[in-house]
Design a protein around this ligand. Structure first.
Ligand SMILES: Cc1cc2nc3c(=O)[nH]c(=O)nc-3n(C[C@H](O)[C@H](O)[C@H](O)COP(=O)(O)OP(=O)(O)OC[C@H]3O[C@@H](n4cnc5c(N)ncnc54)[C@H](O)[C@@H]3O)c2cc1C
Length: 390
């Protein structure tokens, strides 16, 4: 007798694939199986939890969706918003709190691995199959072919959801090697590039590494960000730096730091005029942090540091030359992968009915701060709804 259950095969057990499984599993008429090439699932999801598991952001939806560069991702996040993420977390037994910057974290004491364990326990209760060590190597509209060591496994499907991730942090399983799967299938791929990556500076003194610039402004090609910037032995890291990755990809060669952005240039000149003491004392008095003082002294010539006008201008307008972004594998996320022109707003491939691509394997971009994960969750949700509505 024919099995009345429709089969959904999901390849890639990161946040996008698992979220698709989560919502599909609510329909008992579907058999849902998730396969991952890696020995363990959702490694990048766990890596994202190092130093604080920022799962989404508490912004209003209108502000939130402005962070994305593609309408399909914006629409998906409208359909599955930050509030939906918080509800889903609560459903699997993870309560959350909003941090000072609007970032949403699991309640204190809940480790990233505990979030994942609660999620997989839920999925197992819902009878979702999860198989590790199975790499999807081909699909033909009826069967997905998985490689498990020396063995190949052909799995029949009615719906195939691909959630392979981007091409950074290869050790987590997000190798980007899946692009060969699409060769000969007429699906347009965009080359991977680093996003949310550190910046390598030219003529940089590695000894400046280790310092942190708090409350600092950074601009590239007129786009301005503010926050905490880490100095490393090759250049700069930190959320405001990552958010300007696109400008570096577009070929910008200079960035400008503002080490005292809370004051106008006029205020800075007036404070300096009224100050009695050395330039270093002045920087200390106006609470420019030590690493910033060291940076200024390192970047300015003795003449520029001595000259009042040039010294004051450098506090607000310190120009640094950029060499490149850090290598692809170090990037927090990547752009490139499957072109957004290849999919419908439901994340279904235009020319392959019942085949979906979700998460970071698609060519969209967003900053860190919970926006990447939110888009991955949302695309998984939207693809699941599309299957459920058929
Ligand atoms: C250091 C770091 C910090 C981060 N911090 C944050 C943050 O604070 N906030 C935020 O929103 N985001 C953050 N991110 C980004 C976030 O983790 C990713 O955007 C997200 O994990 C992507 O989810 P995904 O499901 O699309 O893909 P992934 O999580 O990359 O999962 C893809 C899965 O597919 C599997 N796979 C690949 N090829 C195959 C194949 N052929 N067959 C079967 N399986 C396959 C892989 O093994 C992997 O498990 C961070 C990332 C990093 C690296």
């Amino acid at each position: 007798m024919e099995n009345p259950m429709k089969k959904v095969v999901i390849a890639g057990a990161g946040p996008a694939g698992l979220m698709a499984a989560h919502f599909l599993s609510k329909n008992k008429g579907l058999q849902v199986d998730v396969f991952d090439a890696n020995k363990a699932i959702a490694r990048k999801f766990l890596v994202a939890g190092h130093g604080g598991f920022n799962l989404t952001n508490a912004e209003t939806t209108d502000t939130f969706i402005e962070k994305y560069n593609h309408p399909f991702i914006k629409d998906a996040v409208r359909a599955f918003s930050n509030e939906a993420t918080i509800r889903w977390l609560s459903e699997i037994g993870v309560e959350t709190f909003v941090g000072s910057s609007g970032k949403v974290f699991p309640e204190k004491g809940i480790k990233p691995i505990q979030v994942l364990t609660k999620w997989t326990s839920y999925l197992e209760q819902q009878r979702v199959g999860i198989l590790t060590g199975h790499q999807l190597i081909d699909f033909n509209g009826k069967e997905a072919v998985f490689q498990n060591g020396e063995t190949t496994l052909n799995v029949a499907y009615d719906y195939l959801i691909l959630a392979f991730g981007g091409a950074s942090w290869k050790k987590t399983g997000s190798t980007g090697e899946w692009t060969s799967l699409f060769t000969g299938k007429g699906i347009q791929l965009v080359p991977f590039q680093a996003s949310n990556a550190g910046i390598v500076l030219s003529d940089w003194n590695p000894e400046l590494g280790g310092g942190v610039l708090k409350n600092t402004g950074i601009s590239i090609d007129g786009e301005y960000k503010f926050g905490e910037i880490e100095l490393t032995d090759y250049g700069l890291e930190g959320a405001p730096v990552y958010a300007l990755s696109k400008k570096v990809r577009e070929g910008a060669t200079e960035l400008v730091l503002n080490l005292k952005p809370v004051w106008t240039s006029q205020q800075l000149v007036e404070k300096y005029a009224a100050f009695k003491g050395s330039k270093t004392d002045f920087l200390n008095a106006i609470k420019v942090v030590k690493p910033a003082v060291k940076l200024l002294k390192n970047c300015l010539s003795r003449e520029d540091f001595t000259d009042d006008a040039r010294f004051l201008r450098a506090i607000h307008y310190l120009v640094l030359s950029m060499e490149s972004l850090r290598p692809l594998d170090e990037a927090i996320s990547t752009v490139g992968g499957i072109s957004m022109d290849e999919i419908t707003p439901s994340f279904e491939l235009n020319n392959y009915k019942n085949h979906y691509c979700i998460g970071e394997m698609l060519d969209w971009d967003a900053p860190t701060g919970g926006y990447l994960l939110q888009a991955c969750f949302a695309s998984g949700y939207v693809a699941a709804q599309s299957v459920l509505n058929q």
